[in-house]
Write a protein that binds this ligand. Structure first.
Ligand code: ATP
Ligand code: MG
Length: 573
């Protein structure tokens, strides 16, 4: 492709609305433009990146036995009402009415559609396992669309859905998808880690996420992993062994209300009462599906909202605001406690609190706390359930090794769905004896637009992008220093032709621009290999060959360029 004939609107200035380096680079290097919040347009270079990555995904999915189909984005609401998710998915689902006032949804995922597709059509166990996938646009009205392609409201996903007859067969299918995922990300130039994750709105039994670890501030996810064994989980899901040395009393002491003037936060109360944070118990008030609940955790730990949401089986969960706290407890934030709390408010208690004796809680009165409170004696738990967030330094739930935290970007995931959708939507098959069973299902997503941007959080420098070769829009950028030199132009045309004949994709910067402008753009756009043609080397019949990721160039004879490019490409990521 000749630069003069494509459309690469590069920008020199920093883009103020892009916080992440990857987002900044895609805008500045002319890959994407924003149309609205979470809505992006893919320009020619981005289109090629998406095609490259999609091709890798297709090849590996096909190799694993998956069959490509295309399902509609538009879906009648009834299909989602049947599974029940219409009522639980919340505001993330985009909805509309057609001209006949018929309710429709724009799919953000396709479990309902694919299950209705096979329901009634699948007859015998002999047709299983079945694995259907598509690469297609998705719509989700994300609360916080941000970071460019990382979290859009319209984005492209590869989604696959599997149907198996029994658990043994499903285990093989699931492992097949996991293997395909590792192969896909490896070919795209990144190593990913597989972590246990929460099943969230998808339902089902277990799930894994594929994370790209990053050192930039792009990591929206925190991963907990063990230094000694291979345990790794999203922090939303992570279990842990509490290894904090907590001093406890032998005897239960009498409750005592004390003044704690000006002390509302854990730091203030521990400083004022001169006690360790492990003696305090926080009572946090939330609104779960419109109703108040209290969650109690030890003073030194943080609450894991996903664990709380799951324990309550809630669809929407948010912290109570100051007015609501005042309404529920009769006092400002910081003094809520379980003793004498309004009895229509359920109290969920973390097991670490259950182990404490004579702890300190808020008194439901302004600037007052109660000492020597004990579970069961002084208040009852509606439910004792894990609510604490794992943190660095905790013990591994498997081997008691030390847990550490890392930042990651979720690029893909796999869900064990069980029979939730096959039962509600009727995806059943007959076994050898003619008995009917629901299929065991799995679903598997990869962010087709998120992943390439995520890759850039790892591969860039102060000048621009450094694409891994397999998803770069072109492998080579060809730059004659001056378009006014007929010798340079002739050589460029010859090399351009030869590379193309050899099946090597090349972007030929044929603009009549200054060399500096072309070099800057080349570094920004980030193609893996650059060939520069200048008078000095040309006199010796040579051109310069340089990897974007490396500082030095080598001189290559004009008639050796194709071989040299192939050799260089081979050793690049
Ligand atoms: P997240 O936790 O990041 O919201 P998710 O659990 O909602 O992701 P899935 O529904 O399983 O994700 O979607 C599969 C894949 O699609 C994700 O792994 C991610 O790569 C991609 N993806 C999900 N939401 C978005 C989005 N809003 N914009 C771009 N890509 C997305
Ligand atoms: Mg999501």
């Amino acid at each position: 492709m000749r630069w003069s004939q494509t459309y690469i609107p590069t920008l020199r200035q920093q883009q103020s609305d892009a916080e992440l380096i990857s987002h900044q680079l895609l805008l500045r290097a002319g890959y994407i433009r924003k149309l609205g919040a979470g809505i992006y347009l893919y320009l020619p270079l981005m289109q090629r990146v998406i095609e490259k990555f999609s091709k890798i995904v297709r090849e590996e999915m096909n190799r694993a036995g998956a069959l490509e189909i295309t399902m509609s984005v538009l879906c009648p609401a009834e299909v989602w009402q049947k599974s029940g998710r219409y009522y639980t998915i919340g505001k993330e689902q985009m909805r509309l009415k057609d001209r006949h006032q018929h309710e429709m949804v724009l799919c953000g995922t396709h479990e309902e559609t694919v299950t209705s597709l096979v329901a009634g059509e699948l007859k015998s166990y002999k047709q299983l396992p079945l694995n259907l996938y598509q690469i297609q646009v998705k719509f989700r009205d994300e609360i916080r669309p941000r970071f460019g392609l990382m979290r859009g409201r319209e984005f492209i996903m590869k989604d696959a859905y599997t149907f198996d007859a029994d658990e043994t067969s499903f285990a093989k299918t699931y492992q097949g998808m996991v293997d395909a995922y590792f192969a896909i990300f490896k070919r795209a130039g990144i190593d990913v880690v597989k972590v246990e994750s929460d099943t969230g709105a998808m339902g089902g039994k277990a799930a894994h996420e594929f994370m790209l670890l990053v050192n930039t501030n792009a990591g929206e996810e925190i991963i907990i992993s063990c230094e000694s064994c291979d345990y790794a989980a999203n922090i939303e899901k992570a279990e842990f062994e509490d290894t904090v040395n907590v001093k406890t009393d032998n005897d239960l002491k009498e409750m005592k209300k004390v003044d704690t003037p000006g002390a509302a936060t854990i730091e203030e109360v521990t400083a004022f009462l001169k006690v360790d944070a492990t003696r305090l118990v926080k009572t946090l008030l939330y609104i779960a599906d419109g109703k108040p609940v209290a969650a109690m955790i030890r003073g030194d730990r943080d609450l894991n909202e996903v664990k709380l949401k799951n324990a309550l089986k809630a669809v929407e969960l948010e912290m109570a605001n100051p007015e609501q706290v005042q309404q529920f407890t009769g006092c400002p934030i910081g003094f809520a406690g379980p003793v004498g709390l309004r009895n229509d408010i359920p109290i969920l208690v973390d097991p670490l609190v259950g182990r404490l004796k004579n702890f300190i809680v808020g008194a439901n009165e302004n600037e007052k706390h109660i000492l020597n409170v004990n579970l069961d004696r002084d208040f009852k738990a509606t439910k004792v359930v894990n609510l604490s967030k794992a943190r660095e330094g905790d013990g591994c739930p498997r081997c008691r090794g030390r847990l550490i935290t890392r930042d990651g970007i979720e690029v893909g995931n796999t869900f064990m769905l069980g029979t939730k959708y096959s039962e509600t939507l009727g995806a059943k098959y007959l076994d050898a004896e003619g008995k009917e069973h629901p299929c065991i299902m799995g679903s598997y997503g990869i962010g087709i637009t998120r992943t390439p941007q995520a890759v850039l959080e790892r591969y860039f420098d102060d000048k621009g992008i450094i694409w891994p070769k397999n998803i770069a829009p072109y492998l080579v950028e060809l730059i004659p220093i001056s378009m006014e030199s007929s010798e340079q132009v002739e050589t460029a045309e010859k090399i351009y032709r030869e590379l193309q004949e050899a099946g090597i994709e090349v972007l030929y910067d044929d603009r009549p621009e200054r060399a500096g402008v072309k070099f800057n753009d080349a570094d920004l756009v980030g193609l893996p290999i650059r060939i520069t043609i200048g008078d000095k080397s040309l006199k010796q019949g040579m051109v310069e060959l340089k990897a974007r990721a490396e500082k030095d160039f080598t001189l290559v004879a004009i008639n050796q360029v194709v071989t040299a490019v192939k050799n260089l490409a081979q050793r690049l990521n």
